[in-house]
Design a binder for this molecule. Structure first.
Ligand SMILES: [Zn+2]
Ligand SMILES: [Zn+2]
Length: 258
């Protein structure tokens, strides 16, 4: 599986685009499935740097409805229309995703949805559900965040990917994160615990408890990232049996065999 970090920033970081991850993974038939995890304000510009084909994306996952995680969607769809996308796009999100995305699109580009030559297939999910999407098993669990946010774990032939969205880990998120090959978690601060967000320290403790093979810390608060790089890297290196890193936009990691 190819994992591209399109962005690793929080909402307001002028140096790092909003956190978003592109997964390209082979299904049982050897076909590559492409999944985009979150689509904030700055993400469409990043997406088009790496994806030229308007029909390549199979599934968009939206973790919650803060702007840095979903308000890039109208622009993404506008350019799909411009580029004459034909393939239906599956958009998976917590409850309310369909109406939120339609409202945002109507505000940004009134009347455009009726012009799309591709179908939007909304799939709204809740904590505890297990569904099969794009031939993989997806699991969902709520974090502690200012707004309802779902973390996901996707079981693929190349291992399990966990992505937190925003928020502090919970018993439920730890359950679905068990034995992740790659645990991608927001770490807004370093330590100690802050309400509604993850911390580098907390994420490393979670990774150890759930037996993750590797960990990527993203969505680090911009001033914390600037002032405390060394401290963050030190914390990431403290558990040598877990490959932990602080990715930058454009970084690519391979998970599993394909
Ligand atoms: Zn955020
Ligand atoms: Zn948020």
């Amino acid at each position: 599986m190819k994992v591209t970090f399109l962005g690793v920033g929080e909402a307001c970081d002028e140096r790092h685009p909003n956190t978003s991850i592109l997964l390209e993974v082979e299904d049982n038939d050897g076909e590559t499935r492409t999944v985009l995890l979150d689509c904030g304000f700055a993400v469409p510009f990043q997406f088009w740097k790496y994806v030229a084909d308007p029909d390549k994306l199979d599934v968009l996952w939206i973790s919650h409805f803060h702007g840095d995680h979903f308000l890039g969607t109208p622009l993404l769809l506008l350019r799909f229309w411009e580029m004459k996308r034909k393939k239906p796009l599956i958009i998976v999100s917590p409850r309310g995703g369909g109406s939120n995305i339609e409202k945002a699109l109507e505000l940004a580009y009134p009347g455009f949805m009726s012009r799309f030559a591709f179908e939007l297939v909304f799939k709204e999910v809740d904590e505890g559900e297990e569904v099969s999407i794009a031939s993989f098993k997806w699991m969902f669990a709520s974090t502690e965040h200012g707004q309802k946010n779902l973390s996901i774990a996707i079981d693929t032939n190349d291992g399990k990917i966990f992505y937190s969205g925003d928020g502090k880990p919970t018993v439920a998120t730890e359950e679905i994160a068990k034995n992740s090959s790659l645990l991608i978690h927001e770490a807004f601060h370093i330590e100690p615990s802050v309400p509604g967000h993850g911390t580098v320290q907390g994420v490393m403790e979670m990774a150890e408890r759930v037996g993750a093979t590797s960990v990527a810390c993203v969505h680090v608060q911009r001033d914390v990232r600037r002032a405390h790089q060394d401290k963050i890297r030190k914390l990431l290196a403290e558990r040598p049996f877990i490959k932990a890193f602080l990715p930058l936009s454009g970084d690519v990691v391979k998970v599993g065999k394909s």
